[in-house]
Design a protein around this ligand. Sequence first.
Ligand code: MG
Ligand code: ZN
Length: 221
Amino acid sequence: MTRPIIFCDFDGTITETDNIISLMKTFAPPEWEAIKDDILDQTLSIKEGVSRLFSLIPSSKKEDMVQYLRDSAVIREGFEEFVDYTAKHGIPLYIVSGGLDFFVHPLLEAYGPFHGVYCNEASFNDSTISILWPHPCDEQCGSGGCGCCKPSILRTLSLSEGSKVFVIGDSVTDLEMAKLGDTVMARDFLAEKCMENGIPFIHFETFHDCKEALEKEGVVR
Ligand code: MG
Ligand code: ZN
């Protein structure tokens, strides 16, 4: 039997909304909106845009930001059960996120352990927050500016092993890894992008839907 392996996005997928946007709304001066618009219309790469966004916030806000998200972020329904289910059946579950370590790890803390959590890193050593990029694009990624390059991670972890790759995500930043997946579970903007690109997908709203999809795919004995 082909070995299943799951790559799951974080912001807007595991959490119901995007945590970087939530932080900007609460902690950044109004200039953040113009930067966000430039990211969305692709005038700025995600990497450059996210760096600029966090440079607007003093490093001293770190604890306030973590606390704010701990209090306000909502984990999508069924996630805990889904994680337990994959663990029980020995299916590797990797979290691949364009979010930042200082909030991704605390918000996931209650659910792991995971096979791997890949995200960007924030540094609080200067007066304002700077971002480090430990998972850059490989030579095959056409973008070069992903920040945390999801298709590169997927290639490294799965393609050499002939695995059956499941991808779960919600937005355009998941599209390149969706193109590489065998089964795509999509909601929101990623679902639209999959339709535009002719990529078959299973629509999900809760992780109960994702669990059901795994069962239907027959990867669990
Ligand atoms: Mg997302
Ligand atoms: Zn890339």
